[in-house]
Write a protein that binds this ligand. Structure first.
Ligand code: FE2
Length: 236
């Protein structure tokens, strides 16, 4: 089964930009529900014990919308928690700074593009900084859609632009939320680690592996071996 990963900081660590109340509900209710539903649906789709990344891709390939929506939202939120850090951290440096300058001109230009993308996104979704063969770019995805099912891009940072992410703290002002998020909460060290991983230098973000499925997996393997032996005997 898939676990709800702990927040990488205290619930009140991002306040007042993102209050403890918002994080408690967003993480403890919204994210948990996606994880719980994935735990219900993945075994029914024959995907128990598979890494969540594989579940998202398989559900997408098979057109299993319910599983895809819940598994992708479980993954997106875990990536979102990692995309933030308490205020006061440093900005981009090294290869990441160079890549931002190359793609956008500078951090201010990236900020303008990121805020415009997220604020202009119609309805619920996610604003991403990604890298690909043509360098860094900003994209948005609708609802649960995520970068795991898009060829040739690799995520560096994401901001949740569903209303539940900002409404308690910023009311309907999504643009202001994105500006403050970009200026204060974006974790550039995490983005730099992701950029390095995209270039095969280091390990990129992965959802925590499922736990407690070992006995089920072993039973499934034993059954498959038994079935195969039966087929051999029948064919002999
Ligand atoms: Fe969310």
């Amino acid at each position: 089964m898939y676990v709800l990963p702990d927040l990488p900081y205290a619930e009140d660590a991002l306040a007042p930009l993102m209050s403890a109340d918002t994080l408690r509900t967003h993480h403890g209710k919204h994210h948990k529900t996606y994880v719980d539903k994935t735990n219900d649906l993945a075994p029914k789709a024959g995907l128990a014990g598979k890494p969540l990344e594989e579940v998202v891709r398989e559900a997408h390939r098979k057109g299993d919308k319910s599983l895809f929506n819940n598994a992708a939202q479980a993954w997106n939120h875990a990536f979102f928690w990692r995309s933030m850090r308490p205020t006061g951290g440093k900005g981009p440096s090294g290869d990441l700074k160079s890549a931002i300058e190359s793609a956008f001109g500078g951090l201010d230009d990236l900020r303008a593009a990121f805020v415009a993308e997220g604020a202009g996104h119609f309805g619920s979704g996610w604003a991403w900084l990604v890298t690909g063969s043509d360098g860094l770019k900003v994209i948005s995805t609708h609802d649960a859609d995520d970068t795991l099912v898009k060829d040739g891009i690799y995520p560096l940072l994401v901001c949740d632009v569903w209303e539940h992410a900002y409404y308690l703290d910023h009311k309907n002002d999504r643009k202001r939320f994105l500006e403050r998020w970009f200026d204060n909460l974006a974790d550039w060290d995490f983005a730099a680690e992701q950029l390095a991983a995209a270039g095969s230098r280091g390990e990129g973000f992965r959802y925590p592996p499922p736990v407690g499925d070992a006995s089920r997996s072993k039973a499934a393997k034993d059954k498959a071996a038994k079935d195969k032996a039966g087929e051999r005997r029948a064919g002999a």
